[in-house]
Design a protein around this ligand. Structure first.
Ligand code: PMP
Length: 402
């Protein structure tokens, strides 16, 4: 007998299953369009060249050791992370309205922030976009939120933003509801609000006393311009609307498995910083005690060195340019093939993804029969497409959708 005899399996994690199946798949035509990871022209994982160089320096630095880090990370790291978000000479940082702490990548930033909001602030309701990254509700529910809601976001007829629907849903949200807002390169639908729309979103959030929680997972991949991509965060700060923002360095530094991120808090009351930090310290202590040091060492060395920082910014531009190029080629090919569905929006969308309108059944056929790994929601990762596999991918989608 076993104490575990009543344990039933939980629901599968679609992405995890697809990664495993892809790795075991021996078919030479296999293409992975599922996971949100940047791929090169050759369809390979990409290690940013200066990241390995900096990692070597760290390994060889006699002054660095493997002692525990402080629970909230080191000042040199999270100051840099907050500066990246709000600007190097941000008045909000100088006035101590904004401060950061280290997080276990973007997921950890969301989880620690949500823990604080649920357990210390007593917030119960959260809203995420329909559709959104599937883990948003899991993270907030696990952190103690009890009331899960969505706001309208993607308009399945126009393949654009259902802005009126979004505003209406936010207007009907109860006071103190936490609103998860992806800043750019929206996962999964690749549609972001315009600056004017962000301004209206801010109006409603302020008027209805909602709490914005920004998710900056794809910073740099929206427009290719780091400052443009963080527009909503800086705009809310300038309007003194208090918020949290979780930053991931997984995608923009290509360090997915190092788990490096930050959580920035913006408050109108700097006198509460020490209380907030103290409660955050406890939340993180209870979750995983202290954070890892490798990612922050890499990120801060790059961002503190003007030459390396420039290389990083240029590399981000090269990566986004490749995605833009593949968007165009993919769109042209789908239109040329006269594939049923709407395809002319692909180049209007931003970030790594395209929301294709592929149904769950069609996604299953693409995986089973064509070895093209696509999420059931129809999201594809544009950088999984290369010049070499473009024709195979587009023809296969055409056959399955027609
Ligand atoms: N937010 C969004 C929208 C994401 O797509 C992801 C990664 N899939 C994350 C947050 C978390 O990223 P990570 O924990 O790898 O930094």
């Amino acid at each position: 007998s076993s104490v575990f005899e009543n344990v039933e399996p939980g629901h599968p994690v679609e992405m995890n299953l697809l990664i495993k199946r892809y790795m075991e798949d021996k078919n030479e035509n296999k293409v992975n369009l599922s996971i949100g990871v940047y791929r090169t022209e050759e369809g390979k994982s990409y290690v940013l060249p200066f990241v390995k160089q900096v990692e070597k320096e760290i390994v060889n630095d006699p002054n660095l050791n493997y002692d525990y880090q402080p629970i909230l990370g080191t000042d040199s790291f999270f100051n840099i992370a907050t500066q990246l978000l709000l600007g190097e000479d941000s008045i909000h940082i100088r006035n101590k309205n904004a401060f950061g702490l280290q997080a276990l990548s973007g997921t950890g930033g969301l989880r620690s922030g949500a823990e604080f909001l649920a357990r210390i602030m007593g917030y119960t309701t959260f809203y995420y976009s329909d559709p959104s990254w599937e883990n948003h509700p899991n993270i907030f529910n696990a952190a103690g939120f009890t009331n899960e809601k969505t706001y309208r976001y993607f308009d399945r007829k126009t393949f654009g933003l259902d802005f009126d629907g979004m505003i209406e849903d936010l207007q009907n949200a109860p006071e103190k509801a936490v609103i998860i807002l992806q800043i750019c390169g929206h996962n999964p639908c690749a549609v972001d609000p315009t600056k004017e729309q962000w301004m209206k979103i801010a109006d409603v959030i302020e008027e209805k006393k909602l709490f914005p929680f920004f998710d900056a997972a794809y910073h740099g991949f929206g427009t290719g311009d780091l400052d443009e991509d963080v527009f909503p965060v800086r705009y809310f700060a300038d309007r003194r609307i208090e918020f949290f923002c979780s930053q991931s360095f997984a995608k923009n530094f290509g360090i997915y498995n190092i788990r490096c991120g930050a959580l920035t808090v913006f408050t109108n009351d700097p006198s509460k910083i020490s209380a907030i930090l103290s409660q955050m310290t406890l939340r993180i202590y209870f979750l995983y005690e202290t954070p890892p040091a490798c990612g922050p060492r890499i990120v801060s060395r790059i961002l503190q060195n003007a030459n390396l920082k420039k290389q990083w910014i240029d590399t981000l531009k090269i990566m986004t340019a490749r995605i833009t190029r593949m968007r165009q080629k993919f769109q042209d090919e789908m239109i040329r093939l006269k594939t049923p569905g709407k395809w002319d929006y692909i180049t209007k969308h931003r970030g790594m993804f395209a929301f294709t309108g592929i149904t769950p059944e069609q996604a299953e056929i693409l995986v089973d029969k064509y070895h093209i790994y696509v999420l059931k929601c129809g999201r594809i990762n544009i950088c999984g497409i290369t010049d070499e596999n473009l024709s195979y991918v587009t023809k296969s989608i055409h056959e399955v959708v027609s």
